[in-house]
Design a protein around this ligand. Sequence first.
Ligand code: NAD
Length: 452
Amino acid sequence: MSTSYDVINPATEQIVKNVAHLDLAATNDVIEKAAQAFQTWRQVAPGERARLLRSFSQVVTDHREELAQLEITNSGHTRANAMWEADNVANTLMYYAAAPERLFGRQIPVAGGVDVTFKEPLGVVGVIVPWNFPMPIASWGFAPALAAGNTVVLKPAEYTPLTAIRLGELALIAGIPQGVFNVLPGKGSVVGNRFVTHPLVRKVVFTGSTSVGKQIMIGCADQVKRLTLELGGKSSNIIFADADIEKAAAGAPGAVFDNAGQDCCARSRILVQRSAFDRFMESFEIAVKAFRVEDPNLDTAQMGPVISKRQFDLVESYVDEPVAFKGSAPSGPGYWMAPTVLLPKNTQSRSWREEIFGPVVSVMVFEDEAQAIAMANDSEYGLSGSIWTRDVGRALRVSRGIDTGALSINSNSSVRFWTPFGGFKQSGLGRELGPDALDSFTEVKNVFISND
Ligand code: NAD
């Protein structure tokens, strides 16, 4: 039986739209059509597949205002972020549009003939997307998958399906053939789980919580199904006393409160070297209090609401440690939270160890380089992080010492569509974006051709 879901604007608590959810039979139907479409899509000449992806990119650019507005209304993202996110989809598509003509194999010296390798597409790829960055995370899966010659079934999160549904329509407008890129709104336990169990889905790309990711990994084992996991994080922002402390403090709110802290890369642990602690906290307090939490439609907004009442209650439950200071937030309807800075009592505190996924950050002191590395590594997660120092040697030593996938030095930006992204330890498996992603959407085939 089909069901449906009321999509809520988190800034107003108003219903935006009722979205029909696919049931099991409808999901099977779309997967089978995607498997049929694969037989023709894989044969499309590389130059033509590239042209279609460039066309898709251009159509997304032509609709960037509309897509951004949908995300503001559906997800409460700030206007600046939503525009960046729509552009990120167009850029990711354009980047991977260069791939079909560059999926090089190798020629390996052998006796008695020639040995060559091919990068073959996998078939139908299932992409399961979380609610925090609906557009970019979807495109990090579907763009390289399509470029490599796969067809895609994509399930958006229940809370945030609107931009994905529109991207499915825009793909057709761009000329991507029917059945090649399919968006299936629905429940994780129905549509998402079917991607795991359906034998025609040859690979799953899952971004979401570590707990669901583990279940998916267990499910995929049954068919030895290929899998990329992008999971949670608890990343550190490490500030050494020799750093530009004012710059580090000015950037620290954006590094954790961007997207209301609902960011797997959020630097939700701040580690400050003891001798710089007072100076850092003074500047950090000014920056947090100036951080603009307001109607996400405003150009000036730096943070909107959290996604849901459930998320609001969950995040609030972490504010059980001494509060250093808070920023501000609107009152009235909407799931608004003020940015909050905690001073946990010790490294066993929940707020220090668990991914909060909201606008809450914990600050602790460290004495020296060795302790900073040990504190940062004392986590099951390892996704991103920042290091602030003027000492190049230290920057290198600490970045090599931290077990995490995407670090930035004297900066907080860790995501670019042309560089690899993914986690160590329980933050994930495999890499998205950059040149590496294509390897996880292809199988290497080795062919020996005899001289005889
Ligand atoms: P979630 O794990 O609850 O859901 C993610 C997606 O999986 C949703 O589409 C959901 O419907 C689906 N799903 C749920 N149960 C499923 C099942 N049994 N089988 C198949 N699919 C199922 O996560 P969320 O709450 O939407 O997102 C927040 C989490 O995502 C955070 O932990 C965050 O760190 C993580 N995240 C990680 C990255 C990254 O790149 N590492 C990026 C963004 C978000």
